[in-house]
Ligand binder design. Structure first.
Ligand SMILES: Cc1ncc(COP(=O)(O)O)c(C=O)c1O
Length: 394
């Protein structure tokens, strides 16, 4: 019998959709021109670039000239934080962020603290992973120039109160950046309704190619250029554009926008079935993160008495691909900074698994995981002295 292959790691990355690939292909061969060239080859490329910019802008209700293509979420985060920090140095040196940001934010902030004299406040989060708005407002100083709080967390899926955070930032005249890498294309976002100045996005989380993303920069936001060179991206990010990938990202954004309600409804239903099915069948299991304000495709659960890594290995043998959290942090033995920040003990953090589902997840996939997981957990627990002593009373 053919081995099953069930992918439940959509938060790490997604496959490229067929329509996206079809849109990209001609831009590798037939329409290979440089968008900065004046001849017809250049014009074709420029038209495709403009179209993709519109498609990405449309995904979040922005104007096309507020979208800057980058190499992905990491670059957008780095650019936003450093670009705002350096452009506003004369006003102050204080940045506010949270303890559960992606490392693209946290390590950039640490770099600014260590090498450029900036001061960073890392806000706590509650047991669901939400920041406290009062704590945010209390942290603001005369020298605060930037607030960066992620839209939705990549490990536990918690969605932050972005509208309220934006209102606070605006009231105090502080630039607000949000890392929406997991959110943009997976939930409804309209920047016109949010006081957000900058927003990071990535294509490979929404069925586009890897290595391409965007930074939304609201017109009028003070930001240093990302790189100096040619006049591309309105002189803010020099370098010949990665047109095939940009076209693919544009198409992926267009599809995401047009399927949004169906995508949210379907994934939320499958996700809740998965969570409830597992909770029903596996004792000593809890959900990490918020049940209400959660990404549609994220289910993060902790299984007492066992290690997440061994669950991953055993599920992998059954053809089920899941993760312990962020793909970027795997390989590290430290418990996840996100799970520690929501108050889990080391062993609870180590026993947590992220199931992230997406557009190609089927009902059969959900049923298969609910069928196979209890046996895996039971086998691993039977090898745990703690479980045997405490639970089985041995
Ligand atoms: C919240 C968040 N920010 C940033 C990134 C980095 O994005 P990219 O892989 O496009 O560099 C990721 C990727 O997992 C993410 O989940």
């Amino acid at each position: 019998m053919e081995q099953k292959r069930i992918y439940m790691d959509y938060s790490a990355t997604t496959p490229v959709k067929k329509e996206v690939l079809d849109a990209m292909m001609p831009y590798l061969t037939d329409y290979f021109g440089n968008a900065s060239s004046f001849h017809s080859f250049g014009r074709e490329a420029k038209n495709a670039l403009d179209k993709a910019r519109e498609q990405v802008a449309n995904l979040i209700g922005a104007k096309p000239n507020e979208i800057y293509f980058t190499s992905g979420g990491t670059e957008s985060d780095n650019w936003a934080i450093k670009g705002v920090a350096f452009a506003n140095k004369d006003k102050g040196n204080h940045i506010i962020t949270s303890k559960i940001e992606h490392h693209a934010i946290l390590h950039t902030c640490e770099y600014l603290e260590k090498h450029h004299g900036f001061e960073v406040t890392y806000l706590d989060v509650d047991s669901e992973g939400k920041i406290d708005l009062k704590q945010l407002e209390d942290a603001i100083k005369d020298t605060t120039i930037l607030i960066s709080i992620m839209f939705a967390n990549n490990e536990i899926g918690t969605i932050q109160p972005i509208k309220e955070i934006g209102e606070i930032a605006k009231k105090h005249n502080i630039v607000f950046h949000t890392d929406a890498v997991q959110a943009a294309g997976n939930i409804n976002i309209d920047v016109k309704e949010l006081d957000v100045n900058l927003m990071s996005m990535s294509s490979h989380k929404i069925y586009g190619p890897k290595g391409i993303g965007a930074l939304y920069v609201k017109n009028g936001t003070k930001l240093h250029a990302h790189s100096h060179g040619g006049a591309q991206e309105r002189k803010r990010r020099g370098g010949t554009e990665n047109l095939p990938s940009i076209v693919g990202y544009g198409k992926a954004a267009e599809i995401a926008k047009s399927h949004m309600s169906e995508h949210i409804e379907r994934l939320t239903r499958l996700r809740d079935e998965l969570i409830n099915g597992i909770l029903d069948k596996v004792p000593y299991t809890k959900v990490n993160g918020s049940l209400e304000d959660r990404l549609p495709g994220n289910a993060n659960l902790r299984f007492e008495f066992i290690e997440g890594e061994s669950i991953i290995l055993m599920l992998d043998m059954l053809g089920i691909a899941v993760s312990t959290g962020s793909a970027c942090a795997s390989g590290s033995l430290d418990p996840s900074h996100v799970l520690m920040s929501i108050g889990l003990l080391h062993e609870e953090a180590h026993g947590s698994i992220r199931f992230s589902i997406g557009d190609f997840t089927t009902q059969e996939d959900i049923d298969y995981v609910i069928e196979k997981l209890p046996g895996v957990i039971e086998r691993l627990r039977s090898m745990s002295p703690l479980y045997n002593n405490l639970v089985k009373g041995k």
